[in-house]
Design a protein around this ligand. Structure first.
Ligand code: FAD
Length: 331
């Protein structure tokens, strides 16, 4: 097996994320000689992972996500390690910086990889194409080859911390950009939880006129947030629902475009999913392909979910069902 560099950036608290630990265990499973390369802080968290070398690029400039400093740090670590294969977690920070670093090294990068294993004695990456409709296994002859692994595709490495001898790699880069803070689109409470056991999807029906001829967006939001708090489920939305704010209709303030599931949204991975007030049209359900057990609540017995897309369809009023579910969860 070719020499491997496991490349990760530390979080603001100097720790490594769970996703980084997953990428580390995927790298170890390949069986090659591993070098650890850290950007940000030389944490002792993975000192026992069995790597032969530990490299770090440290300093205030490298604790912040910034293309110029991240790409320079990645390039320096890749050169210092001499690795042919570089495995990193697919974080938004790495997705921005690593392709540029790969270019500088005349290497190649594959993003959104869902697995890497040795096939016929060479590393092979698994990746989905065409919005998760086709899965490919691919190899590359060019080196260095950067592979960015998606979260949830490997068990997270766990082990006792230890203090390895870090080699500090100096990187001479003068950033012209200052990070003054983070402005995230989701200003309310956190509703997207990639590690949750359940995906709870809300559709546009929550904002439509109900049996009494009126809309009840406030009640809908209260029921949805109450359920999310009690169950720690992750919140998804249909396109129709997340688009409503642009149409001046009554909206759920907890919902943004980041929550959208489907063909033009995300394809989250959770063991179970519950769709509520959502019709279950193909462009939406295509985002459910990694949800193992699917249930839906809809007033319409002929909705899309009824046509083989859900394991169980409850033909019922989602307001009444979720009210009762929340009552039982709080009891
Ligand atoms: C190119 C393209 C890409 C698209 N990409 C996406 C995508 O990524 N994601 C996506 O979601 N959509 C996508 N769409 C849109 C998709 O086709 C549907 O229009 C959309 O998913 C419908 O959203 P909805 O089910 O929430 O709303 P609606 O179709 O309005 O359905 C609302 C449902 O709520 C039910 N309902 C109402 N009140 C209640 C109640 N009290 N209890 C229970 N049920 C109730 C109704 O019976 C109805 O079935 C795309 C479309 C196109 C053309």
């Amino acid at each position: 097996m070719e020499p491997i560099l496991f490349l990760a950036h530390t979080e603001p608290d100097r720790s490594l994320s769970k996703q980084a630990m997953e990428a580390l265990s995927a790298a170890i499973a390949l069986g090659g000689e591993i070098t650890v390369g850290l950007v940000g802080a030389a944490t002792n968290q993975i000192g026992n992972c069995g790597a032969s070398r530990f490299l770090a690029v440290e300093g205030d400039a490298f604790t912040q996500p910034r293309y110029a400093t991240d790409a320079a740090a990645v390039e320096a670590l890749a050169r210092a390690s001499g690795a042919a294969l570089i495995i990193a977690p697919h974080t938004s920070r790495w997705a921005r910086a690593i392709p540029g670093a790969a270019m500088r090294l005349n290497g190649r990068v594959d993003t959104h990889a869902t697995g890497i294993q040795v096939v016929n004695e060479v590393p092979a990456v698994t990746r989905w194409f065409y919005r998760q409709r086709m899965e490919a296994v691919l190899t590359r002859s060019q080196r260095p080859w950067f592979v960015l692994l998606e979260s949830g595709c490997a068990p997270a490495w766990s082990g006792a911390p230890a203090d390895p001898a870090f080699e500090r790699i100096a990187v001479d880069v003068k950033p012209r950009t200052t990070v003054t803070g983070v402005r995230a689109p989701q200003s309310g409470e956190q509703t997207i939880r990639p590690d949750a056991k359940l995906l709870f999807v809300a559709g546009a029906g929550w904002t439509k006129k109900q049996a009494d001829g009126a809309t009840h967006a406030d009640k809908a939001e209260e029921l949805i947030l109450g359920f999310l708090r009690a169950s720690q489920a992750s919140l998804g939305g249909s396109k129709s629902l997340v688009d409503l704010s642009g149409e001046g209709q009554s909206v759920l303030t907890c919902m943004t475009h980041l929550n959208q599931v489907g063909q033009t949204g995300s394809t989250p991975r959770h063991p179970k999913g519950l769709a509520t007030c959502c019709h279950g049209e193909e462009p939406h359900v295509v985002g459910w392909r990694f949800i193992n057990e699917r249930r839906a609540i809809n007033l319409d017995a002929n909705c899309g979910w009824a046509r083989g897309k859900a394991d169980i369809l409850y033909v019922a009023d989602a307001f009444a069902v979720m009210d009762e579910v929340n009552r039982r969860l709080s009891g």
